[in-house]
Design a protein. Sequence first.
Length: 319
Amino acid sequence: MSLLLAVTPVSLVAPVASVSASGFGEVVGFGSNPGNQRMFLYTPATAGPGAAVVVLFHGCGGQAVNLDVSTGWRKYADLYGFHIVMPEQKPENVGSGGLVPHKCFSAWNDPDRTRAGEGEAKSVIQMVDHVVGTQQADRDEVFVTGYSGGGAATNVMLAAYPDRFRAGAVFFGMPYGCASSETLYFLIGGPCSGSRATATKDIRTAYPGYAGPRPPVQIWHGGQDRLISPRSLDRQRDQWADVFGISRVPVSTTTPVANVTRKTYESARIETWELAGMGHEQPINPGTGLENCGTAGQGFAAICGPFEATKFFKIGADA
């Protein structure tokens, strides 16, 4: 049997062929693209020279079209003037995994998840470089986030390219290197489900010998997630705490809103958010205020994940 790793709700609107100076569209010819990925880009009219870049990964079975809108990321791109790069997996790159096609990013495959690999991770870096070169974005202000299988891809990018990202936010994802095959990746109760403690790859194996600074990471999970256990949050926290060499004991625990627990760890290098009533879905908070985001009915309405992530990235209201 297979574990279905989340489909973030998206529109069925057909993608456009190219992106203009501002707006949403597909970008072709962004590089050699060794991982055979599609690239979509949202550039708000507010993004001038030196703008930041946020890489946003869809979940398994998902797509780029409307992902930034339904989750709420486009609102903050408009407000704060940053580009959103949205990689999209091609069905022919992966197997079934319980969906035909499942379109998961290949977080189980070494060529796709390591610095030396000629695969998906390198394609994503080429996307970022394309935006830096063509839109005069700031190479030193690049961030990464993603949902479910896209959360796993977020951990891949932070592990394999720690020198290219300022920070990351993982939404109901999985630890880096939790499986070494597609079959294990989708196994119910298997190493990526988070339901039991299993050995995972050391994050440092993604970029052996790297001794420079590593980006801080924010980790989100729902307490009622039935597809990827809430304990996945703890597994990821432990992985990153080991790399950072910090304690797994939080230095601060707060409740920003009812049934939402935020914990921060030494030097704010790790921040975790657990939503007690949330399942395998995106945290949104529809409305018109600064802290409101997302499309009603397309997530768990309690708190806006992108709003809190932009603050963590220091490109938001509190930057």
